[in-house]
Design a protein around this ligand. Sequence first.
Ligand code: SF4
Length: 506
Amino acid sequence: MGDQLKIACGVFAAINYENQPIFPYVYWGLRAQNHRGHQSHGFLTYSDGKFHVHRSLDLVPKIKTSAIQEWFGRLPGNLGIGNVRYTTSGKSDEKSLIKGTQPVTVSKNGLKLAVSFNGNVVNTFQVNKEIGTEFPQFSYECDAELICHKLIVGLLKGKDLSSAVKSCMQEVDGAFSVAGITQDGSFFAFKDPHGIRPLCAGHSPDGSTYAFSSETVSLDINGFIRDFELEPGEFVTVTKEGFKRRKLVNGERKAFCAFEYAYFARPDSRFDDKYVYEIREEFGRNLVRENLEVVKNADMVLSVPETGDDSALGVHEASGLRWERASRRHRYVTERAFLLLSKERQSTIDRKINILAPKIDGKHIIVTEDSIVRGDTTKVIVEKLRRMGAKKVYLFVTFPRIIGPCLYGIDMATYGQLIGSKHTPEEIAKIIGADAVCYQSIEGLVRATGAARDQLCMACITGKYPTPLAQKIADTMKKRFMEGHEETGRLYEIEELYEQVQSTTK
Ligand code: SF4
């Protein structure tokens, strides 16, 4: 269940070359990716040199049949980009959320740009300062605005689009997967030089439509064929003839987010040649191989639905233990913890999952969980299992112990909020009331993904950040945390501290 953790964004963008309206494709693309961001959503289409925009808070809505024509009228054109967002940067009051909803646009001196973005900018102040030279009044509500303005500043200086994108790749520290449209209807996408966040490309079987998407599920829902995952530092444009790929920045190591495999991506999404659920099943098999003594003492495996389901199958296969399907989600109890009063929070998590007491009474249970971040959600689940009569509760956690913050777009920004940053697995077991907490090893995780170890970002579990400024910031945050300074938020959003770190980085 991952402590209700949030990712920054999901991107979907498409163009049709038979002049068909693009809105339905973008709509379904975003519906399939709502798990990547549920605070706000937005659509932007392009026709006759104009951008048409609809942005709103909350999940992508269901559209009534009677309202379909109105949506088509509001969002005309054969080219469009969309975004679902959860804020990991900027402010999160309602007014700011509305202002920070993507896609974002910027225009100046006849130039226009719209982008949909997933990731997080680390050197915000530096990028902000450069933008201030062209846009003195600029103040941003989301990192997408930084990227969009950074690109247009390049264009205003006379660069062509690929050179402006290259400057962005070279000068912005952080994670960014971007799809965009220019004033003349050019359609493009690119990824940061480490390729931290996902972005793939695909096309319709009849060759009329081309698309970019954070996850393959959004290609599937549209009946599209997946072509490729964008390479780190790659810039891709689209014409009637298809995709044109150019690697603009070489030499950095690829660092794809390992947490996508364990938690964020939908199980039916595919990275390279593997479906995410297959990888999660292997996580379960690994956990059995790594914890044979615990397995010997267990009567059954139970999953925390639904992100623990695939690894529970793996545990069942490798151990022969029955996967007891005695934990189920109440399908329509969908309140999210952040919308509730804090005293309501725990009981809401508790209410979401039904556990069948007669099935677990007196039993020794292995519970599969995708990750432990703060530990509060897991604690509620363990308490509930105890109340229902479980004699022993062993947690099998597929993502290794999280010891540091993510500076690349996942909602875990400080050391203080991470139970694993200050406690051993034995201490964590005590705090959450389990008999043992067994994390998958880093080696096991890497092997199951099929990726090379040096091609993954695992900064939050190893403390080694792929970008230099992020490393410096994380080290400074850790030092201050150990010295007992209060963590008031993301260090890179506190100008004074950011300047301190910057000056020691040069
Ligand atoms: S720090 Fe962790 S969550 Fe963030 S990008 Fe790296 S692996 Fe993913």
